[in-house]
Design a protein around this ligand. Structure first.
Ligand code: HOZ
Length: 430
């Protein structure tokens, strides 16, 4: 596959953008190749600047649950744009989308829109601290909640991919108030929370971890987290930036039946435009300015184009059986992939829930950060490059998630299965 134009663009990009990318994982360093520059996308396919077509399993890292350039979403965005793109003033569409979110997400009574998942989580912990008058934020090793200072402790996503433990520029004074604990270990959580309860504002968790690869909550883990935080008066925040409107219309909290106090959203809620949101119990949300003293603001928050894209996307997701069909399609895809690993005897652990999955090149189960770190990243890198050559666009890191969208056809998934088999054979040299 020729990628001359992509290569040239990357050369140009590196002169004017740090690392040539606007988000580190995209640089593809951990998979040992240069990034592909995307020109356009349609349905389940992305097309690069050299006119190569790939079946896309990155899905813009989650938002494109309907596939790319869905006609209803594009129609709405175009029509809305014709009437102006930003007013910095209240609009009907933000009320409409807020009402849809409140209706959809079981624990949200009020919601505030921001522009990214990072903004949502950053605002949610400020609110939790303001509401409780406590400072400590508890997170889990390998979970990623965006790049705000407080979260850059044993974080997933790009930090994990690039092997960065924290970040210069984050004052020690700030991260001393962040406690990171092992995912899926209720015992350690319970004893840590009991020890410091009077200083802990919140526990923030990805109900399904999606930034150390896909790591599922062990049976009883989320229930335990909810039980202990409730007992100790600690705010529980679900970071549903990935799982919101993904596992079910009401997100992971609907899927697992566990209700947090606050929820962070992003990705799907903006229909592919930059939107984040945080919401929860009215009593807590009413502490946000101007009703309360916790300050948070934004010129582009509730942007009309982004709201319109979100509304159009959510309307499509309301179709009866949307999630049953999507999740069943992903389950059958995963089953076929598991069949290949088994028949070839290759060490791959496929973690999946709903339409999220990661195949870890590991010999044993992956249930937390330490076990994820056992994965063979060199083997993943080779697999990534081989799949790319065959027109399959995977995440350029072992520690990210593959997203199945409504646009993936049987033919797309059959091709991906066939190419996976070919790639695994090549890895095993058979
Ligand atoms: N942190 C996201 C992946 N989990 C975004 C990566 C990107 O957009 O490059």
């Amino acid at each position: 596959m020729k990628r001359d134009i992509s290569e040239e663009m990357f050369r140009q990009a590196r002169k004017v953008i740090p690392g040539g990318v606007n988000s580190p994982v995209r640089a593809c360093r951990s998979v040992g190749c240069d990034p592909v520059f995307i020109k356009r996308a349609q349905g389940a396919s992305v097309f690069d600047v050299d006119d190569n077509e790939y079946i896309d399993f990155v899905s813009s890292w989650g938002p494109m649950i309907l596939g790319h350039a869905h006609p209803a979403v594009i129609r709405t965005i175009s029509a809305t744009a014709a009437g102006g793109t930003s007013f910095g003033a209240p609009t009907p569409s933000e009320v409409e989308l807020a009402a849809m979110v409140v209706e959809a997400v079981p624990s949200i009574e009020k919601v505030r829109f921001v522009n990214s998942g990072t903004e949502a989580t950053m605002s949610a912990i400020r609110l939790a601290r303001g509401y409780t008058g406590r400072n400590i934020v508890v997170k889990f090793d390998g979970c990623y909640h965006g790049h705000a200072d407080s979260f850059l402790v044993k974080a997933g996503s790009g930090l994990l991919t690039l092997g960065i433990p924290g970040s210069p520029g984050v004052p020690e004074d700030i991260v001393k108030n962040t406690l990171s604990l092992p995912y899926n270990n209720l015992e350690i959580l319970e004893s840590s929370l009991r020890q410091k309860a009077s200083n802990i504002a919140c526990v923030i968790i990805e109900p399904v971890a999606g930034n150390m690869g896909c790591v599922l909550p062990a049976p009883g883990f989320l229930e335990g987290v909810r039980r202990i935080t409730k007992e100790l008066g600690i705010i529980l925040i679900f970071d549903e930036v990935i799982t919101g409107f993904r596992l079910a219309y009401g997100g992971a909290q609907e899927y697992y039946g566990i209700l947090p106090d606050l929820t962070c959203l992003g990705k799907i809620v903006g229909g592919g435009l930059p939107v984040g949101a945080y919401g929860g119990k009215a009593e807590i949300m009413d502490c946000v300015a101007p009703d309360g003293p916790v300050y948070q603001a934004g010129t582009l928050s509730g942007n009309p184009l982004a709201m319109a894209a979100g509304i159009a996307t959510l309307k499509e997701l309301q179709r009866v059986d949307f999630y049953a069909e999507l999740n069943a399609k992903a389950a059958s895809f995963a089953e076929q992939l598991n069949g290949i690993s088994k028949s070839l005897g290759i060490d791959v652990q496929l973690n999946r829930v709903g339409s999220l999955m990661t195949g870890f090149f590991a010999g044993g189960p992956v249930y937390d950060f330490e076990s994820a770190m056992q994965a063979d990243t060199t083997r993943y890198a080779q697999h990534y490059r081989q799949m790319l050559e065959k027109g399959i666009y995977l995440a350029p890191s072992q520690f990210e998630v593959a997203f199945i969208s409504a646009a993936h056809s049987g033919k797309d998934l059959d091709k991906a299965v066939k190419m996976t088999e070919w790639s695994f054979k090549k890895l095993l040299d058979v």
